[in-house]
Design a protein around this ligand. Structure first.
Ligand SMILES: Cc1cc2nc3c(=O)[nH]c(=O)nc-3n(C[C@H](O)[C@H](O)[C@H](O)COP(=O)(O)O)c2cc1C
Ligand SMILES: [Fe+2]
Ligand SMILES: [Fe+2]
Length: 401
């Protein structure tokens, strides 16, 4: 069993666990480098733990905790975020730490009540709240929506250590743990940012702004390497990525035409839409038949596009499953307000139209005023209409941003 405990400062030790074997996280993320669930022990007059670990790793965590203290001595448990990869072990920790009070944000406490279903002592820590550990103090820094509404940072003032949970983290497992000893893990860091935090760039910039004036010797994240060497470089890099995402990337006017077609009629509509879209300058079109496309490729195309033309024939009073997949890969967090229109061929009842429209609305996309549905094959007059439709859609996509 892994029994490694690592020093971060005279007062702080890493007591987290390694999960080398994990290959998917939260169902949606590939974790080819494994991950770690980081937890920290603060050996102040009043002893504290920051973050717990995923429940199934509690035994390893408990053994490490017992190496550094008697859990009965714990006065505080800081929970910066209540996703169960961090809070899952809390119920068991409270059983062996009966005198500990949980410190967390208001929404985190609400979540924990529903997760634990037992009474527990807690303090709701607002922005600027100071927890007094006797010889040390911990300031709470409110940092909501990174990546849940509950998230906060905890800052150990005397040691200049920031506990940031998922922020600045990465799914990356390496026994050395210190960021200057694990080798290059940029790919894991960037992927983590892209999937977990990028959609929240606006909030991330606010949080970065709050911490940028603080002296920070180390950032103790919730996953992956311990940022003991040059932590502010990672903060700067993150800031740049958030700014790039918010400023540059939406200006590219990328329109994704994603469709499936059993007999080629919907395909024809798609191609004519493309012709129309291309009449507008400075617009990039990505047209693809998504019938056999894997989730990852489709997910990337969806994330990159600024507007969508989505097409399917009606088959058995429904749209085809590939369009359901496409919608499943969208999130209002990222896609809200992107212009979207529905199209497709049908034979008699045409139910796919309503299926597309309902999903466009549910996902809070900005539904274009019109849609393009054609009975079987488009006639020449209809082809002209489709081209015009594509052109108008592209104009609207530029204006809508
Ligand atoms: C198995 C099957 C089921 C169909 N079910 C419907 C239906 O419920 N309602 C409808 O309007 N059209 C239905 N159609 C007709 C198709 O929507 C129509 O042929 C359409 O033009 C096909 O477009 P595509 O060439 O892009 O596949 C069905 C077609 C097939 C092959
Ligand atoms: Fe999380
Ligand atoms: Fe996490």
């Amino acid at each position: 069993m892994d029994t490694n405990v690592l020093r971060i400062s005279n007062t702080v030790q890493w007591i987290g666990v390694l999960d080398k074997a994990i290959r998917t996280f939260d169902i949606i993320m590939e974790t080819q480098y494994g991950t770690t669930y980081n937890s920290y022990f603060i050996n102040a007059d009043k002893k504290a733990v920051v973050e717990v670990v995923k429940e199934q790793f509690f035994q390893v965590f408990e053994a490490k905790l017992r190496q550094v203290c008697n859990p009965k001595e714990l006065a505080y448990i800081f929970i910066n975020h209540t996703e169960p990869d961090h809070s899952g072990g809390l119920k068991k920790l409270l059983e062996i730490a009966p005198f500990a009070t949980v410190v967390a944000s208001n929404s985190a406490i609400m979540n924990l009540k529903e997760q634990l279903n037992i009474p527990f002592p807690y303090i709701i820590a607002q922005d600027g709240y100071i927890t007094d550990l006797g010889n040390k103090k911990i300031a709470t820094i409110s940092a909501p929506n990174l990546h849940w509404p509950d998230s906060i940072y905890s800052y150990l003032q005397e040691d200049k250590i920031l506990f940031s949970c998922d922020s600045f983290g990465a799914h990356f497992c390496h026994e050395s743990m210190y960021n200057d000893q694990v080798g290059n893990y940029d790919a894991a860091f960037l992927y983590y940012f892209d999937v977990i935090l990028k959609p929240f760039s606006k909030f991330f910039l606010k949080a970065i702004d709050k911490i940028s004036s603080l002296p920070i010797d180390a950032i103790c994240t919730g996953h992956g390497p311990l940022l003991t060497s040059n932590p502010m470089e990672i903060v700067k890099k993150t800031k740049k990525m958030c700014e790039e995402y918010l400023n540059n990337y939406p200006k590219k006017n990328r329109i994704l035409i994603a469709y499936v077609s059993a007999y080629g009629f919907t395909k024809k509509i798609a191609e004519k839409l493309k012709e129309g879209v291309e009449k507008i300058p400075n617009v990039t079109v990505d047209i693809c038949d998504i019938e056999k496309m894997d989730f990852e490729t489709l997910g990337e195309k969806i994330a990159l596009a600024d507007a969508y033309l989505l097409g399917t024939p009606t088959i058995n009073q429904n749209m085809l499953p590939q369009l359901y997949y496409a919608f499943a890969l969208m999130t209002p967090l990222r896609e809200k307000g992107k212009l979207a229109a529905a199209f497709g061929a049908y034979g008699w009842s045409g139910e796919a139209k309503q299926c597309l429209i309902t999903n466009i609305d549910n996902l809070k996309l900005n539904r274009y005023c019109d849609s393009m549905f054609i009975k079987f094959a488009p006639s020449q007059a209809e082809v002209d209409n489709i081209i015009k439709f594509g052109e108008n859609f592209a104009k609207a996509a530029i204006i809508s941003k």
